[in-house]
Ligand binder design. Structure first.
Ligand code: ADE
Length: 434
């Protein structure tokens, strides 16, 4: 048994946390029951790079029930729930994760997960798959060398049947690999399933981002001017929930369609340079780099709060924040104060890492039920069909997406109508008009 966690003594609490999540993930539990009987993943090695949370544990247990062996690295240095990592370690998962690991330790964890020569890779942000491809290419960057040293060998990429990717940022990176012609095996973009992004990105990020901000700060949102950068599905969810809590919400965007949608959803839209002067709290959810930078930070009000909900800690320029500051101090867990040369104080939450996972517990189990059911069924699909697929980025098959929605409704006790025969015919006909 091989693992590296903060404290194996936390396993008892971790088990209780996982039990709490399992009660709220009925679709994944149904999939687990079937996996237990059919063993569709028998003999399959899975290397996963996911946030190590109680919900991820429910997924990992499901994959193991299907016959898989799982090695697990975290997908962010600050998102691991240490009790959950300990519980998984005792259950035979090769887990290399603890909250607060350094970047070097993070790439060692990825190297450790790759050491098992996976048949399937699972990513949230694409750090595992990109590292594997760089190892294969022989790239010599510091992080790749750390991973190689830990793995001890270059894993056989030709053995990999396929991969899955959980999040928008990761899908963007894998699509870039596909465009450059370097992608070596098929990847299913779980993020792009309807039962993923319409729910996890919108309602999951919407709620958990506010949860993270409130746990870190305990501020009153009612009456605050909140600036949301990015009106993708995550930004929409965040803006919607902030509005519901009484904040006055401003949206910033670079995409005219999304900006127009934000306007018609009732939000103020303006450039960040204008919003910077009036915001009390800023939340980035763009997937892009340096969205809040020197020119904005200099204009902000004394006391403004900065939080990031995007995958990487690059959306708020921390180098700019540091360069503008004369003093930096930790005020309370997940709150760092930067005193600027102009005398104003800005407060950065969770070191600019995703605030929902670093300062809270990530998305609630009920919504991860949808995302991780797509993950489990996509892995099963890749095991069956991966070798027939070209090294491209694929959508989650529609039958899987619909099945997940159907099972979720069923678990909620909600029934829906069925088309009548007449309606079915009508939808296929073109002769009947006014
Ligand atoms: N991403 C967002 N929330 C999450 C959670 N609760 N578990 C795993 N990954 C997540």
């Amino acid at each position: 048994m091989e693992y590296k966690v903060k404290d194996i003594g936390l396993a008892k609490q971790g088990k209780l946390e996982i039990e709490w999540a399992e009660m709220r993930m009925p679709v994944l539990m149904r999939i687990r029951e079937r996996f237990e009987k059919e063993k569709p993943l028998k003999g399959i090695k899975i290397a996963a790079c996911l946030h190590v949370t109680k919900e991820t544990a429910v997924l990992v247990r499901t994959l193991i029930a299907g016959g898989a062996e799982v090695a697990l690295a975290p997908s962010n240095p600050l998102s691991t729930q240490d009790s959950v990592a300990a519980a998984l370690a005792l259950e035979g998962v090769h887990v290399f994760a603890w909250r607060g690991m350094s970047v070097k330790e993070y790439y060692e964890a990825i190297g450790n997960a790759l050491r098992y020569d996976p048949d399937i890779t699972m990513d949230d942000g694409a750090d595992l798959i990109t590292t594997l491809h760089e190892l294969y290419k022989g790239t010599t960057s510091e992080n790749v060398e750390i991973a190689l040293k830990t793995a001890g060998h270059i894993p056989d990429i030709t053995k990999v049947k396929g991969g899955t990717e959980e999040t928008t940022t990761g899908v963007n990176r894998i699509k870039a690999m596909e465009m450059e012609g370097v992608l070596k095996y098929p990847v299913i973009a779980v993020n792009n399933a309807y039962t993923k992004y319409l729910f996890d990105n919108r309602y999951g990020t919407g709620q958990s981002t506010i949860d993270g901000i409130l746990r870190a700060t305990n501020i009153l949102l009612a009456g605050k001017v909140a600036v949301v950068a990015g009106y993708g599905w995550c930004g929409r969810g965040i803006a919607m929930r902030l509005k519901g809590m009484g904040a006055r919400v401003i949206v910033t965007e670079v995409n005219p369609l999304r900006a127009l949608e934000a306007v018609m959803d009732g939000f103020e839209v303006m450039p960040m340079k204008e919003a910077a002067r009036i915001g009390d709290i800023f939340i980035t959810a763009t997937g892009n780099i340096n969205v809040i930078r020197k020119e904005h930070l200099e204009l902000m009000k004394d006391g403004a709060i900065l939080a990031n909900a995007g995958h990487f800690n690059v959306e708020i320029s921390i180098p700019d924040l540091k360069a503008l500051s004369v003093n930096e101090r930790k005020i309370r867990p997940n709150v760092t104060e930067y005193r600027l040369k102009n005398g104003k104080r800005l407060y950065l939450l969770a070191e600019g890492r995703l605030v929902n996972l670093a300062a809270a517990e990530g998305h609630p189990s009920e919504v991860m039920d949808l995302s991780f059911s797509n993950q489990a069924l996509s892995v099963e699909y890749l095991v069956k069909r991966g070798k027939e697929l070209k090294p491209r980025v694929y959508r989650v098959p529609e039958e899987i997406d619909m099945e997940v929605a159907r099972l979720k409704l069923d678990s909620m006790g909600i029934r829906i109508d069925e088309l009548t025969e007449e309606q079915r015919k009508y939808l296929k006909s073109w002769m009947l008009g006014t």
